[in-house]
Design a protein around this ligand. Structure first.
Ligand code: HEC
Ligand code: HEC
Length: 469
């Protein structure tokens, strides 16, 4: 009999006696120390999710004593596994204030935190969480689309998966807090990852403590697997985090479109512009939870006019209780780059402001408190369909600011969702980007090439004729 299988454990035993790892008590002490330094601000001293920074925060930081965890590989109502906790600490929860710690804390510190979080709830001593099996066979997203209808996911997540289902608005009120269903077209906003594997686990086990319930007993394993692939296929903006800051107005001939779906728009490159809540100025309010996480922007020009098409997801599109609105912001003075929130006293900005109900105004501002309103010098064509606003702004290329080929002009995009309580500086905003207009194509190089080819042909014929004679 080979001695190897006996040899390895005994060497490990000797090593562990000679170099003991941290004891359970040491691990917990380390975990508590990091917790008090990094986590208590939001999760609270005793772990009840009531830290000094948690005031007005939504979603609420997790209460580690109640231990109702959302992102698990385990069935509904169960505790998460150690791996689940390690992963969520490491990658954070996108779209919420919960940070990713992978670059800040070591692996040892991650493990110590997991031990400490578990010590905060007596449930961990009593229950043994078991991960759910995940299918790995083939999946059929088309069949998944049928399951989406049958299981009535659209009631909350909307027909096109944009989180605009008819129940979404009532979820807000019934629960007294905004519980918006996930927008499946924005993969990077998924809290627990947007690979089919992750989505399968969320559908099967639900998200504890939210209106998103478990479908383990309602749909078969294969149905949930197909559905997970269908949901994953709806992601429209995998490039949402690319660092691309240039809006190029493509040149077209003839009139600029007045609708958002004309074929001319195919000529313009669509840019995904990340938006974030305005959290710099308070009062009135820092805003952590804007409903728009990004907007899509395209631009066209025809040598006389320029058109911007700005699109963003908004789950309700209702005028109540406050109207939705959008801004395009430019520096008012050539060559300046003002403060991004409505400019500053030395650097005024011009704003094109549109508000649902068809208000269009031009604002000049030198800071949030200093705005002067004038009638619009641009036209605006808005439309709302299936959970998405599409607003077209059109103006002459000349004026203030003027758009010229080759020039890079700062531009900023901002939107408000009135149903989410957004107004004034409570809004989603981008940082400064740049816009440039495409140069008219010059035909000179082509004409020169043609003249050269014709000339060469004539000479060749003359030489041939000479040789023959
Ligand atoms: C700036 C605030 C903030 C800080 C700091 C913070 N968290 Fe969180 N955390 C949150 C919020 C908010 C949530 C809830 C998100 C949700 O429900 O979607 C959360 C959720 C969690 C969850 C729950 C995951 C689940 O499946 O439900 C864990 C675990 C967690 N945080 C661990 C930590 C640890 C460990 C630290 C410190 C290293 C930390 N957090 C620091 C805000 C914070
Ligand atoms: C009653 C409303 C409702 C129904 C019906 C519903 N969901 Fe949800 N769903 C939600 C809410 C609300 C959230 C967000 C919870 C949160 O952010 O904490 C959510 C979140 C999700 C997520 C989020 C994953 C993540 O990591 O962020 C997935 C996937 C999902 N739902 C899929 C589905 C599918 C598939 C169906 C149909 C079988 C469905 N949901 C039915 C309300 C619902």
């Amino acid at each position: 009999m080979p001695l190897f299988p006996l040899f390895v454990p005994s060497v490990l035993f000797v090593l562990s006696v000679l170099f003991p790892g941290p004891s359970q008590a040491e691990t917990l002490d380390l975990g508590r120390a990091i917790y008090m330094q990094r986590c208590f601000w939001c999760h609270g001293e005793t772990g009840h999710g009531d830290g000094p920074s948690a005031v007005g925060m939504f979603p609420r930081p997790r209460d580690f004593v109640a231990a109702d965890y959302k992102i698990r590989s385990t069935p509904h109502g169960h505790l998460p596994t150690d791996e689940d906790l390690l992963r969520v600490i490491s990658r954070g929860i996108p779209g919420t204030p919960m940070p990713a710690w992978v670059k800040i804390l070591s692996q040892e510190e991650h493990h110590a935190l997991v031990a400490y979080l578990k010590s905060l709830s007596p449930r961990f001593a009593a229950e043994k969480p078991q991960p759910l099996p995940v299918p790995d066979g083939p999946a059929n997203p088309e069949a998944g689309k049928e399951v989406y209808r049958k299981a009535r996911c659209f009631l909350c997540h909307g027909e096109a998966g944009r989180g605009d289902g008819e129940l979404t608005a009532t979820l807000n009120f019934e629960w007294g807090i905004p519980h918006s269903a996930r927008d499946f077209t924005r993969g990077w906003t998924f809290k627990g990852g947007h690979e089919p594997h992750d989505i399968y686990l969320r559908i099967t086990g639900g998200l504890n403590g939210t209106p998103m319930g478990p479908y383990a007993d309602i749909l078969t394993d294969q149905e949930r697997w197909d559905l997970a692939h269908y949901v994953a296929s709806l992601d429209l903006e995998p490039s949402a985090t690319t660092e691309d800051f240039l809006v190029t107005a493509a040149l077209i001939e003839g009139n600029l479109p007045e609708t958002h779906d004309g074929p001319a728009w195919q000529k313009a490159r669509m840019l995904t512009v990340p938006l974030a809540g305005q959290i710099v100025q308070s009062p009135p309010l820092r805003w952590w939870t804007p409903s728009a996480g990004a907007c899509n922007v395209r631009a066209l020009h025809n040598g006389h006019d320029i058109a911007f098409l700005v699109e963003w997801d908004d789950p309700t599109g209702k005028p109540e209780p406050l109207p939705d609105s959008a801004f395009l912001q430019f520096p008012a003075q050539e060559g300046s780059k003002p403060y991004f929130l409505f400019g500053d006293s030395d650097n005024p900005v011009k704003l094109w402001h549109w508000q649902a109900g068809n208000t269009a105004e031009e604002w000049t501002a030198t800071g949030s408190a200093n705005t002067e309103v004038r009638p619009a010098i641009f036209q605006v064509y808005p439309s709302y369909k299936e959970g998405r606003w599409r607003v077209l702004f059109r103006r002459s290329l000349s004026g203030e600011p003027s758009f010229e080929a080759g020039k890079f002009l700062p531009v900023l995009f901002s939107v408000r969702d009135g149903a989410n309580g957004e107004s004034g500086n409570v809004r989603a905003t981008s940082t400064w980007l740049y816009v440039t207009v495409e140069r008219p194509r010059s035909f000179r190089p082509w004409l020169l090439a043609l003249a050269y080819m014709l000339g060469a042909g004539v000479v060749e014929l003359w030489v041939l004729a000479k040789l023959k004679s």
